[in-house]
Design a binder for this molecule. Structure first.
Ligand code: SF4
Ligand code: SF4
Length: 389
């Protein structure tokens, strides 16, 4: 039986020397970077640069993890290394997001240039089952090998965002919002993400879970210590181990389900080999040693296909974004982020957010982008009566 390895390195701080040692150990246990990426290849580092945010907010990949990967590649003689991400937030740019979280400074220190994430073009992917083309950033198209340096966080649409979801930043700015409109529920969106992962084929996944985000993620949640770095060549196994650590069944994570269906990897803990510096562990042992049972993640049922069909008729009975008027500053970013052509939320110039749930496709882009943490997902109890648990 083929084994899908996930390495867990315990780490309870971001002191650079400790992070450097942890990244080195993680890659050593995975078999060594040289066996994964050739030294002459053009390597692209893809951290999570979702928004312009300080590192302690846990919205972005911590700069020390990014720095440790740069250092390791440079010391081993990788000459062609660049980095970047396309932030989801329409009010920021890749360079501003990288600067705010400290990643730009580390990149400069290691002589790693920023790739082109502002411009891109359509790349056809005939093998895609849900999406046959993607508007990919130029830097992604030019790279030979992509290293996915993702962040361990919750996500309103997909429950969690880890390895598979982080590839969405390979799509240029505004095209990401359009994608949400085309793939309007968690299941088809996850199917599209699986196709995207098959298209861009990240070679290696490193997940920053030293300080993760729980609750109202991926940008308005609460930082929480998980004290781990995860490493894998299999994004599905990586995300499934993340799910396991927070006591969530990976079958409840649409990106894991779609990823496995698309042949990206496995959710089956019997096929996942978990390695640590002290030896191998089963998922039960890893959960016991590194897990957090009370991690705040949505554990109810996501909308089902039947429910999705009924939803246009029942806009007030389903889960929905809701703005707290006390926190809302009327900035209008929610309206700007909304991928629905006629906009399902209106705000701006001091006018507070007002939703039109009949138009809302429940993509939660507005919740993801709100800078004031004013938007939460209201989990409706009616979902149970409409086919959920
Ligand atoms: S809900 Fe958030 S994004 Fe929308 S206007 Fe209010 S503060 Fe801005
Ligand atoms: S209002 Fe928010 S959740 Fe609804 S479609 Fe617009 S961005 Fe998505």
């Amino acid at each position: 039986m083929e084994k899908h390895t996930v390495v867990i390195i315990p780490l309870d701080n971001y002191q650079q020397a400790n992070v450097d040692a942890a990244v080195e150990k993680g890659l050593e246990l995975l078999g060594g970077i040289e066996g994964i990426i050739g030294k002459e290849e053009k390597v692209l580092l893809k951290p999570n640069l979702l928004a312009r945010a300080l590192p302690q907010k846990a919205i972005t990949t911590h700069f020390s993890v990014f720095s440790a990967v740069c250092r390791l590649l440079k010391e081993k003689g990788y000459a062609h290394v660049s980095y970047g991400d396309s932030p989801g937030n329409p009010t920021t740019t890749p360079d501003k997001a990288a600067e705010a979280c400290g990643i730009a400074a580390e990149a400069e220190k290691w002589g790693v240039p920023a790739g082109e994430f502002n411009a891109g073009s359509v790349v056809h992917f005939a093998e895609g089952s849900t999406s046959k083309s993607f508007y990919l950033c130029k830097a992604v198209q030019e790279a030979d090998a992509l290293i996915n340096i993702c962040k361990m966080k919750t996500h309103a649409l997909e429950r969690i965002t880890g390895g598979i979801k982080n590839m969405y930043g390979c799509i240029t700015g505004v095209n990401k919002a359009t994608g949400h409109a085309h793939y309007p529920n968690s299941e088809v969106f996850a199917d599209m993400l699986a196709d995207l992962n098959r298209c861009v084929r990240p070679r290696l996944h490193i997940m920053d879970g030293v300080v993760a985000m729980e609750g109202n993620g991926p940008s308005s949640g609460t930082p929480v210590n998980m004290n781990v770095l995860l490493f894998s060549l299999d994004a599905v196994a990586l995300d499934s181990v993340f799910a396991g650590l927070i006591h969530l069944d990976p079958h409840q994570v649409p990106t894991c389900v779609s990823g496995e269906k698309a042949g990206l990897g496995t959710m089956d803990y019997d096929q996942i080999e978990i390695l640590t510096p002290d030896g191998p562990l089963s998922m039960d042992q890893a959960r016991e040693q590194f897990g957090k049972a009370d991690f705040d993640v949505y554990r109810g049922v996501m909308k089902k296909n039947l429910l999705a069909k009924l939803m246009p008729l029942l806009p007030f009975l389903q889960h929905r974004p809701r703005a707290d008027m006390k926190k809302c500053i009327g900035c209008g970013i929610c309206e700007e982020s909304c991928p629905v052509e006629e906009k399902a939320v209106h705000a701006g110039n001091g006018k507070k957010a007002k939703y039109d749930y009949k138009k809302c496709i429940r993509c939660y882009c507005c919740q993801e982008m709100c800078p004031a943490k004013a938007i939460e997902v209201y989990r409706s109890p009616w979902n149970k009566l409409l086919g959920g648990k």
